[in-house]
Structure formats: structure tokens, C-alpha cells
Design a protein around this ligand. Sequence first.
Ligand code: JFZ
Length: 441
Amino acid sequence: PRQDTIALKHGAHRIGNRTDADMARWRSLRFGQFIHWGLYAIPAGEWNGKTYNGAAEWIRSWKEMPHEAYDQLYKQFNPVNFNPQQWAAQAKAMGAKYMIITTKHHDGFCLWPSKYSKYTIAASPWKKDLLGPMIDAYNKAGIDVHLYFSIIDWNHPDYRASLKNAADSAAGKRFQVFVKNQLAELLQRYPTVKGFWFDGTWDDSWKNDGAFSDELEQYLQSLHPGLVMGSRLRADEKGARHFDSNGRLMGDYEQGWERKLPATIADVHGNDWEAVMTVPENQWGYHAKWMGHVKTVNEILEMLVKSVSLNGNFVLNFGPKADGTYRTEEQQLAAGIGEWMKVNGVAVYDGAYAGFEKQDWGYYIRKAGTDSVYMVVFNIPVSGSLRVKLPARTALTGVTMLQGNTALTPEWVGRNEYFIHLQNRQTASPVVILLKTEKGE
Ligand code: JFZ
């Protein structure tokens, strides 16, 4: 193993991926649903007849919208059509195995009745807890729940982006106590949660106190052993984020893949990782007017499959409306993904990097720890023939297309190379082919 050159107290505390059962479970789920839901769903990207071109959940920071106006929105938050069972059923039908919910975004509004803040769902016309029923419904549907929590809090009087004087430092200390209290409260109220998804950790006040985020991570682990927390939480004592000053990953998985994916297995350095993706270019919360390109079912499936083929998890974001319903585009997308997953999801769950030479037709995924490798074909070549190059001393013993459970006869080309002929097969969605292979001498 490589020698670390810099002595760190608050750097990585583990080399290599976690090997415990809680982490193995998270890793096996592979497909998650992100939900951004909060007060920003009310303006929905519009204020005074003008459209905000930025991300809807950031509208409070738009110069056109006065903070005072935004900070009164909680008086209108009343999701009368909120049906957590329906939300969970939709996620389950899509094939998601875990869900991440914004308990509190940068605006500071809490979806649970926190006793440490007045700016919560309890103060809204809805009055009742939203998180509890949501977590219950998802858990009942067999879906794990993780909690998104923003460190940036635009509503809290003690939040500072940077600490410039003694008064700021005192506020910063009070804010740290507040954060610790809220997180402990969440774990105590919702003991089935599997992890935290931290965000808003890029300000100097946070980056420059690596000792605190390190202590916080250990505190949360002590309250709730097994919790999964990504690399976005911590900084080391030199202010390095995600990777410490020796280049080692902090936290349980690499959490920097935001609206982008690694290109090759070399890009993930052997670490667990997760990508989060928006449906339009960059909207997390509900925006009434999606602008620009909106991703299709096949595009999302390709991102999911590519992620799993590179040992990662993939999380697709939804931004429900203020009344608790989903826009039609998201409903249709979820249904379309689910239709494919019903037949082909077996290639995704518990999937891993296969170790086969990548071909242009798509991606290989290995069912972790087995000899089963799936080909997920996105590009059928003009010839109709898919090249399969097995590793040395490996024989191909079976080829089955999942759709229709059709056995295919491969053509042996030479050495460990084969062709699988799809001829001029037409397909509207990715084709999955299960390869059975055997290691020889
Ligand atoms: C953050 C939030 O500001 C945003 O509203 C949303 O919640 C998203 C999931 O997270 O945005 C980020 C965070 C990190 C990066 C980019 C946008 N990043 O690491 O490139």
C-alpha cells in the first residue's frame, strides 16, 4: 500500500471500502430515488410573473425575490394531496430500492416538527409531520430511507458562511450545537433510517473546522451504528473535502458525482460511489417550467446501467409539487423505467463491474460474486453482431436474452471471442443478455 505523506488527525479513518452488512446492503440496492420537496415548490421557479432560470430550490437567492417574501411561504405550505403510500408505490414500481428525502434544504425549512426550530412543518397550515408518514410508507414498500440534510441554513440566525470575528465564532459554536441536536433528533424520531446525505458543506465556516465534522460523523455512528454517510460531510484539518490531503476518501462512498458520471472504472479508484441525477438539466425542486433538454427513459436507463457497471449507485431526482402530487413528466418517466426494470432489473440489483473488456454495444454487469454476467445493449451495430471478449481461460456456456427468456446460440470466433447475432432485431429499449461463463484451467 501507498505511504501517506501528510500526518492527519481528521483525514480518512479507513482504507478501502466498508465491508459490514449495512454497507453491503446499500451497495446492493443500486437504484435510488431522490426527492427535493420544500417551500420552493410554491413559487415553482416563478416570482411576480417572471421566470427564474436557476434551480427552483435556489429561488430565495434570486435578487428578484425578496427574502422576506420567501420566508413567509411556510404560511401557504399545505400539501392536501400528499399521499405517502402513493409516493412509495410509484417509487417501488419504478424499481427504486432506496429513497433520499430533503429533511431540510438550504432555506432551513424542516419537513419534520423539530423542537430546535420554529421554521418547520408544524408552523404551516398542514401542521402535521411529513417525514414520519413518508418514511413509514416507503419502509412498508420495502424501500430504505436516507435523509438529506443541508448544513447551509439561510433561516438560522447563527449560520455564517465564514467566521470573521469573535462574534461569528460564538455564533458558529451555537450553530454546531444546533446541527448536532437536529441530527440526533432525526435519528431518535426515525430509527429506521439507513443514512444521511449531507449537503451545503462547501462554506469556509464548515471546511475550516475538520475536527467538528469528524467528531460529528463519529457521534452519528455511535448513535446509530451502521449508518451510511458519503464523502460530502467532511473536510480534513487542511480544508480538503471528499478526499483528504493524502488523496484518501473520507466517509463511506464518493459523493461528488452530481449530474455527472465517471467514464471508466479507473475514475472511481476502487471506491464505493453514488451519482445523483436530475431529469431536466439542473432542477431539483419543483419548477413549473422545465427549460431545455428533459431526459428520456432510455437515457436514464443508460446512466443507471453505466453506473452499476462501474460499481456505483444511481439516484434519480423527483421534485413534487407543493400540493403533494407529481408532474406528469415524472410520473411517466417513473412508469417507463419501471416497465423495463420489471423484466431487466435483475441485471441491476447487486450488480458490479464485470472485469470484461468493454465493447461499443453497451455495458457488462456482473451479479456480484457470481459467474453470471449481463450484457446490457444500448447500441446494436449495423451488422447486428455483438462482440464478446471473455477474459483468458473463460468459456461461454450459456446465452439467454431476458426479454422473452430466449436462448441464443453464440458463434465462436477464436480464443475467448464470440459473436452474439441479433441480426436486424429492432428494439425500443435496451436488450439484456445473460452470459453464463465458466473459469477453466
Ligand atoms: C446541491 C444543492 O445546492 C442543490 O440544490 C441540490 O440539493 C443538490 C443535490 O446539491 O448542489 C450541488 C452540490 C454539489 C455540487 C454541485 C451542486 N458539486 O459537487 O458539484
